[in-house]
Design a protein around this ligand. Sequence first.
Ligand SMILES: [Zn+2]
Length: 304
Amino acid sequence: MMKFMTEPPLNPAIMVCPHCEEEDRIWIHSQKERRFKCCACQRTFAESRGTLLFNKRYPNWVILLVLGLLAGGCPVQAIVTAFYIDEKTVASWQLEAGQHAQQVQAEKVCCGQLAGEQIQSDEMWVKTQYGAMWLATGMAVFSRLFIWGAIGIERNRSLVQRVVERIGQAIERGSDLLWVTDGFGAWEQAIRKTLRDRVYDGKPGAPKLPVWSEIHMVQVVMHTAARRLTGITRRLRIGDWKTAQQIMTKTQSFIGVFNTAYVERLNATFRTWIPALARRSRTPSRYRLHLEAALFWTGAVYNF
Ligand SMILES: [Zn+2]
């Protein structure tokens, strides 16, 4: 038996009864079946209940091994060949893990805790079976945290809007923040439309809706001619330069210039891995679901 095949001993101290929510009086029912017994309601329950390991026909270590390989970009087809596991089964584990990761991401990351950070967001195309898909992601530079990602058929505002909303939930109000994007104008539009306060000035008419005063946004625009980079322009779009500069200096590991290098590197990883991770599907919408699950599974493993 190899190390990755062994399972840790059961720990009743961290379990909560799924039947009656008892936290203290939980005993081990069966080490072999990995079941607990609740002494409040006298019922038993599996350790894996409520997780994606629940009720699977494979040992936990097989599922965890496969999910680990998937997070690292191993193609689904390679796993099918090596383990004799049906492609549909692998895909369903991945979908489950990805959806769970998305939930965890929403609860643990998008909860108003990012302070004094530099956000970088970017979009790029991913070549898939259904043609080019657009991937938009946002991450925090100092903590190297993947925040949110979205996949769409078109590169438009509704795509980046989905990322901007989640970043808005992740950041802590009252602390200044630098936000760097590429030249795609929809980022600024989405920020202005989503992250704004209602200000009543007592005058008649609609209230003013200024963008959050904490946000300092810089656009890094690459100019190319005949596919070669000919220059870079950096434009302040929201907030002020001085604060933007200060946050950049604090959050980057080397003192440089405004750039989108951090998120581009993250996206480059997604770009190479995600097509290998996606299962072929007849309908584009299901395909998108799988791509997003793959994205979040990889992203969550990157984070935690
Ligand atoms: Zn109970």
